[in-house]
Ligand binder design. Sequence first.
Ligand SMILES: [Zn+2]
Length: 346
Amino acid sequence: MTGHAVALAGLRRKVFVRLRRLCGRMLECMLSASVSQAMNTSTAYPIGTPGQPWGEAEKAAWRARQRKQRSYADDVLSVIERLRPHFEVRSYGELDYAPDGRYPLFALRSRDWDDALPCALVTGGVHGYETSGVFGALQFAEQHAASYAERINLLVTPCVSPWAYERIHRWNPAAIDPNRSFRANSPAPESAALMSLVAPLRDRFIVHIDLHETTDSDESEFRPALAARDGKTLEPGEIPDGFYLVDDSEQPQPAFQQAVIAAVAQVTHIAPADARGEIIGSPIVAPGVIEYPFERLGLCAGITRARYKTTTEVYPDSPRTTPEACNAAQAAAVCAALDYALTHGG
Ligand SMILES: [Zn+2]
């Protein structure tokens, strides 16, 4: 081999080695891309196309996946029947969700209703899966309501969204969240029915407490479902361990919220803020309290003109609590809210 041939052979070898390295890198890239794609696929919500909002077909597919897991009639209507001697049971509508059935809606109203007295509204089960909201409202009605007789008129709707109660879900059958739908011409019949019930008394309420939960399934099921439904990317969140309240940012009542927190702290632990000083992405304004604009978001807690309004958020998945303690925390929150409103006036 001439010197020239040796140099050429060396150049060829170098080019070959570089090409092999480049191919290796490209292969690596392709492999890692397909792995991450596979991972995305495995973590994506099973309905719809990522990045595209659901249409009617996807909503129907979602509804077809929902199974009845418990009975509104057995768990809720039976208790309402039991309470009939102590309350006026008022029917305020019926949801016809064929083929799943019809769901009558009931409110408990003080038997000794007196137009001279102020009024209180207690709402539970706006999110049907949030069990202690339903049973906390019923527990308050059964164990505590009598002590408010002749002081305040009570209107209690224990289970606003019964189809979702049975399916342990957040939405109604049309994949609509009732608690973003408390607005004129509501797309959610659950929200529309409650708004019609409350409308004649809207200005008479001095206090409204809406009972909710924040659950581990919010992060594992409901937030992924929401992102998929709206064609958005899911940003991972953190579920706080403990009870917290949501106040109305448009009309905050910090002393009222603190009175409720203090009462609930006797029953269950209050959620600490995360490392950013937030609870579910909102800065805490006081221990265990965040704020949302109730009316702007179409939240249930914004449906009255009550001066004192709050949304409870019980955490039932904590190893430090039990279903009984969660129900008791909701009932304690209702009592504290009513006590504060009665003491401080509307
Ligand atoms: Zn809720």
